[in-house]
Design a protein around this ligand. Sequence first.
Ligand code: CMP
Length: 435
Amino acid sequence: MTPVFLKAMLETGWHLVITFTATLAAITIPLQLVFNQTGSEIYSWEILVTLLFGADLVYQQVSLRHAQEEAFPHLRTVPAKSRGFWLAVDLLSALPLGFTGLSPFWSGLRCLKLLRVAQTMHQWRQRILKFSDLLKLAFFAFWLLLISHWLACGWLALIADRATGDPLTRYLSALHWVIETLTSVGFGEIVPVTNGQRLYSIVIMLTGVGVYGYVIGSMAGILAKRDPAKNQYFNNLDQLSAFVQYRDIPPALQKRIRDYFAYIWKKRLGFDETHFLSGLPRGLASEISLHLKREILDRIPLFKDVESDFIEEVALNLKPDVYTPGEYVFKEGRPARRMYLVIKGVLEVVRKDGTVINVLKEGNFFGEIALFTDQPRTASVRAVTYCDLYILEKDVFLYLLEQFPDIGAHMKEIARRRLERDENQAPVPGGGLHS
Ligand code: CMP
């Protein structure tokens, strides 16, 4: 276990302890107020919370100083005002006001620590990106339950004269009333009778409308974002169905389009990473591209043992493309704008008269001859199976060859041998590109 990992674990553990304590304090304080609870357990609990929040005050100050001095100098720019605000939050929530003889309401200041809880939750959502949406829902449920609890305690205080039964029954009836009123307009079995109670009910009902809107909006957003590739698949199918209503597309062609969409979905190719990467700084984008494409590039014999700068440039500039069985990537005699790497699938190099002069497989490249010679394509290339290709645009290809002349010379040699063999009409065994 590395020291950095250990430190991160300890930090998370500490945040969990503080979150748990602050939540428990936020639950118990209103209950103590409503039920006038006192006793030795409450004093022990007060001492424990004071110690933990006091320790957190020190921890927050030390880690802020540490962050400013060492790893994160940009945090120096945190305005003094907000540093003062957080210091006040930590300090006020750590004060043992329960022992001072002040009105018990003052112990409510402990609940200020929930601001730190909200901050921690925000950080967790940023760090655990994979489950960010689920965490959003879980945290929303957390705040909703906590607020319902507070509202139930408030309602208990307001109807103190009418509430009967043991504390648990009274509390559960109040909580039941709050949730009923928040989620609908209530069933009317507990009717507000004073103006204060009526106003309280109105506020809760209006809050309920907001809660509804938020829950439905968030759920819809989360469901829509959960699987972008699947969404795109169904979007594509909807568009296809609209399209075939206006245009006469033969069923066989419709099936090919459907199969293509399914392939793109299954391989998660619908998500356009190029667009995402274009929003990042170049260095970061090239590191990510390399990470994503390294495994694939390692399988291409041409790139074995070449300079890492070259691989980085290539990784940054490759764009994915898919071809369906029987589809032509390009035809002989057409002008050339790019070259291709075969990531998966089988393709045939075909002459105009239909002769197959070679078969290309995973790890091969093609389309380079026309780029070198600045002439039209010397042959057609047709997909035999579904093919995942990577494309390198002509300008990038020429730029790379200029920057890395050794690799250019190696590719030129392969292109020359291919041309020679084509002229002799002799098929090249095994794809010929590894040679
Ligand atoms: P280009 O001429 O741009 O377009 C057709 C491509 O087919 C060509 O580049 C080569 O990449 C490829 N090609 C041509 N002949 C052969 C061959 N004999 N073996 C493998 N690939 C070939």
